[in-house]
Design a binder for this molecule. Structure first.
Ligand SMILES: [Mg+2]
Length: 354
């Protein structure tokens, strides 16, 4: 059972929070009394849904709906036998812990080894909201494909015929002479992003703890270290910058506002693009695994759900609204899952070589 505590607040609002909570079940909309819910609090966890409303969810119903990918590993691999697995990984909160300073979200060497080994067995890509160069700098592996800026900046092995739009896709070579395709569908927004960065830094400089991160094709405004009493002011200032830039949209991640061009391109599109450029678009036996912890990863989960094949895995220690079918609690469990995947790949003769 999922119970929603509606506070009447607006989408991103801690501003104007009402003390008068009403409760209802999310599934049957039946009103129940707050007293009755309080009595059951010991069995339930308080969390938040996509709209920022507080919700109460039992841990057992969460795991029934989104079983642990470690506990169900064998069943998952039974489905994967004979399929071409492609692995997609988010970075922050998935390969690294969320830390107060986003510049220090380093992954452990143990995690790096796990990702490196996975990438030896399966085509592997990291899709992050960070700039592509930044996430490459954190991961530091050359056998992994990188998509930065929530998929708005992708380095893939070969130019895709499907996306052979020279305006967005270029064939370039690295210092070793290796050619690859660079897909950047939001190039025309770069001048506006530069101006927004200046405006955001200027307008928010008086608020202690704000970190404005330049992620090339998008901007992250981190407020993890901002005092609660300054949040509303910050939110208004960020939105005021958006009002002058109607071609952009804002979304909210974990203690961060994400600002990006309002174009139809997200992590789900990046997943499809990479499958295409990696040569799997026409394969009916490809099985994508996507592991991520944030709201922006939901677009990729949705693509996998719509394909009807693959494993969307959310990283979360608490119940949440998600399109994922499986769960892992934290990066430590992601590490275990990746290591088991490598062990399974090495043991089985049923997994096709890719
Ligand atoms: Mg993340």
């Amino acid at each position: 059972m999922v119970l929603v505590l509606s506070s009447g607040r607006k989408k991103f609002g801690r501003c104007g929070l009402s003390n008068k909570f009403s409760t209802r079940t999310a599934q049957n909309k039946e009103e129940v009394s707050f007293q009755r819910v309080s009595l059951k609090m010991g069995l339930l966890q308080l969390t938040a849904n996509e709209n920022g409303n507080a919700i109460l969810v039992s841990q057992s119903s969460w795991l029934m709906k989104h079983p642990s990918a470690l506990d169900t590993f064998e069943q998952m691999m039974n489905i994967a036998r004979g399929r071409k697995i492609v692995v997609f990984l988010d970075y922050d909160g998935t390969l690294s812990n969320i830390v107060p300073n986003p510049d220090e979200a380093f992954m452990t060497n143990k995690m790096r080894i796990a990702v490196r080994e996975v990438a030896k067995c399966f085509p592997t890509a990291v899709i992050s909201g960070r700039s592509r160069n930044k996430v490459h700098g954190f991961v530091r592996l050359d056998n992994v494909y990188y998509a930065g800026s929530h998929g708005l900046d992708i380095a893939a092995p070969l130019p895709s015929s499907k996306y052979a739009d020279q305006k967005h896709q270029n064939r370039i070579a690295d210092e070793m002479g290796n050619e690859f395709a660079l897909f950047q569908p939001a190039q025309r927004y770069l001048p506006a992003i530069r101006k927004m960065l200046i405006a955001l830094n200027e307008k928010t400089k008086s608020i202690k703890g704000v970190v404005i991160e330049d992620n090339k094709f998008c901007i992250s405004v981190h407020y993890r270290n901002v005092l609660d009493e300054h949040f509303c002011t910050l939110e208004k200032l960020v939105k005021s910058v958006l009002q002058d830039n109607r071609d952009f949209r804002i979304s909210k991640g974990k203690k961060v506002f994400e600002i990006r061009p309002d174009i139809e391109w997200d992590k789900g599109h990046a997943l499809e693009y990479l499958l295409e450029t990696l040569g799997f678009s026409s394969s009916d036996d490809v099985l994508p695994i996507y592991i991520g912890d944030d709201r922006t990863d939901e677009d990729a989960f949705k693509v996998i759900r719509n394909r009807g094949e693959g494993f969307p895995i959310v990283v979360s220690s608490t119940p949440k609204d998600t399109m994922a079918l499986y769960s892992l609690r934290n990066p430590t469990e992601v590490n275990k899952f990746l290591s088991r995947l490598v062990t399974w790949r090495k043991k089985t003769s049923f997994c096709k070589l890719v």
